[in-house]
Design a protein around this ligand. Sequence first.
Ligand code: AMP
Length: 582
Amino acid sequence: MKYIELVDLYEAIGATTKRLEITRYLVDVLKKTPGEVIGKVVYLTQGKLYPDFAGVEMGMAEKMALRALSAATGLPLEKVERELRSKGDIGTAAENLLKAKKQATLSEKELLVRDVYDVLDKIARITGAGSVEAKVRALSGLLADAKPVEAKYIMRTVTGKMRLGIADMTILEALARAFAGKEARKVIERAYNLTSDLGDVARTLCTDGIEGIKKYHVKTGRPARMMLAQRLESAQEILEKLGKAICEWKYDGERIQIHKQGNKISMFSRRLENITGQYPDVADLARKNIKADRAIVEGECVAVDTDTGAMLPFQVLMHRRRKYGIEKAAKEFPAHMYLFDALLIENDDLTQMSLLERREILKKSIKETNGFKLAQSLISDDVREIEAFFESAIESGCEGLILKSGASGYQAGARSWLWIKLKRSYQSKMIEPIDVVIVGALMGRGRRSGSYGALLVSVYDSERDVFPTITKAGSGFTDEDLKNLPELLSPYELKHRHARVESKLEANVWFTPAVVIEVIGDELTLSPIHMCAYNRIRKDAGIAVRFPRFTHRWRKDKAPEDATNVEEIVDMYRAQLKRIAE
Ligand code: AMP
């Protein structure tokens, strides 16, 4: 398959503001992609070479990529740098410079997807002495053969700035339509949810069809997408949905999926990154205390004060998000692990078993110690008993409870009504912060001229896979933030609204939905200009956050699809109404 066919797809996707067209373009290309490269096509389209959990990162430094461009075009480095400064995007800079050069010399080759992939893969893997030179050489060789428009996407990919904003769900939808028909979507999605490897799913589907997909199981080394919770306001309402529930403390830490294979431990975050390196202490605990030889278990990792034994808030764990000095950080900010689920023990995939059964197996499969134990739990259908348990959770530094259906299987990747969070109840005023995605910006005036005056932010509508706006956030940013925002957001900049963003407001700058921040507002109101839950509560109005403030929590642990969901906002709005009425 020719690389230009992929590039034509990217150009078409970049030009449309219609979400459905993206899927249609994808289906057309996937249908004509041969089985041996379809995995690569899927990864490349998402700006990757491998699934996230493989931990192979593309991010070549911009400086290095520019050196390769300079070598490929024969232009001095300063000129190449100037072009980047004036265009602001390394892809466009490469395209322009190569266009000028190729008119003179015309030395293009027909690049295949495989060729491009192999060179990018080599660049990502070269390490050690002389690696910089070798990477620059490999890239300049590729650029010299590329058409200008191909160079645009090669440069973006190699510097980790591909960002077409194509969600996993969009690719799954396109795969289903291309190979198996719309009705097969659920089975395909389950295979993906159990293994988190879209390229692998695409390959299997293309070569073995839907029968191959049905054989998927959880497997150590490949994270399963995590089961998530809905939210309700009172224990009473939750019990009405679940009946007798398994109630567990909702710890304020980081969710970790631990994979054990013999002595080898791998750990994955909610975003499916391999975070084993950040928690050597937890890995040790898992190695010693998981009795099974092969296991996948899940729990929450929480920072603790070793003097008092008290649990500390989530932010403390962010000290672990670093490349160097982890051992020191682990000593300074120790962590404990509270386990609540098991997906695989020895040769048994447990995901279809009930939670009650999984917990029994989990209990038998681990040795509980001070730093590695089961989450606090209670099985009850008594509101008062649950409320008392809730208070004990809060007193211990937890956020509340998660109530779970004992009968349900592990629904990988789903935010279902089988797990329901109970946090402190919503007030008439909005006291609960929400996570929003930055989708646009409005230029500032006066003291803020030259930077952004406000950010246009969205929540996530998982039903429709879009990001409707919910407010304009302008306060809570420090001068330092304001100075840094344009640069921080520049890699995501777009000329027009992203096709997955729903907005009536016009922004001065648009972004691919990527960066998640936490905001808190005074209250939720109905608004004709915001698109969150549009027409749901009242015709021609959506729900908006009034007087939003940035809480200074950058949610780097959250993907855009992990932002607060429209359904949660609708629940919060209804709860707020109820309180005002009381
Ligand atoms: P939220 O991030 O508000 O959607 O809440 C869901 C998160 O709560 C999960 O992803 C876990 O990180 C965390 N959590 C804490 N304790 C538990 C528990 N007992 N069961 C499930 N999730 C938990």
